[in-house]
Write a protein that binds this ligand. Sequence first.
Ligand code: SAM
Ligand code: SF4
Length: 322
Amino acid sequence: MNDALGRTINYLRLSVTDRCNLRCRYCMPSEGIAKIDCGEILRLEDFYRVVEAATALGISKVRITGGEPLVRKGVIDLIEKISQLDAINEVTLTSNGLLLEASAQQLKAAGVQKVNISLDSLLPQVYREITRGGDLQKVLRGIEAAEAVGLKIKLNMVVMRGINDLEVLSFAALSQQKKWAIRFIEYMPTIKEPNWQQKMVPSKELLTQLENKFSLQALENNHTSGPAKMYQIAGAPGTVGVISPMSEHFCHRCNRIRVTSRGFAKSCLFNRDEVDLRPGLRSSDSTVLVETLREVIHNKPEKQQPIDNPDAKAFNMASIGG
Ligand code: SAM
Ligand code: SF4
């Protein structure tokens, strides 16, 4: 359906857990996030009911995210059930890739077509530092397994000055060898790190760096590129792209809503407003859930609230799903 401003909303992101097997420095404090009681996390059958209700409003694409979605038991069964819904034509996953080696085959069989893998460094030590202990080789094996079963691959790199920015060209060069989409994401101050301004590399600066090294051709934005601006290095099988949540808002072409791990719907990542879906889930009248989601979509804000505002509170990307 269209929201009040005429944007077509057809994409739903589910954060199926706020738990994670990593503690990335830009996403979580070292002690992790406050553990939510298991009972507060939405049951998988409730996530399914949310998707079913959302299809009545024109949702046709679902992304499963987290926390780390692959740590949630039963997630592959959920994916399979969602893929079997007639109205759903795409189910995708965002993962840190650590558990992908073991699950790639099952994910493909369950109906996943594409995986977005978060990978912020190709250097084992830097990767370990950023993720507070992650094993790069394990992620690389996961990517290999995903590729081997025919999953389309997007790599998401959060670029941070002084930490991994010197690796941008190496990441871009991967698109010359592989048919992968490599996407550079601006670092967002979601955890209110005091020196975040120094770390954030604006996409414009990144593009200049890329253009100085490669011959880049801008690609038409299409429905699969989402908020990314996409380019291709001459002769490369893959693509490179930039996602600029800080320097260039993409609200006018936003097509998504989110459901948090606790079952709250959010029509904007950066907006504080959340709508509790649990009363609708408890109701024996299935129209209550559909009507709640309709309201959420209708009221989607025109623009994101600035997160660089000093008064903005820290927020928990793992429970919202990024
Ligand atoms: N655990 C999975 C993963 O890392 O891919 C899925 C959840 S994670 C919250 C989703 C996305 O949010 C990841 O691509 C991650 O890089 C991104 N993210 C988290 N914190 C961020 C931040 N402060 N700035 C930019 N991107 C961030
Ligand atoms: Fe976990 Fe993903 Fe957050 Fe890293 S970005 S801590 S992998 S939820």
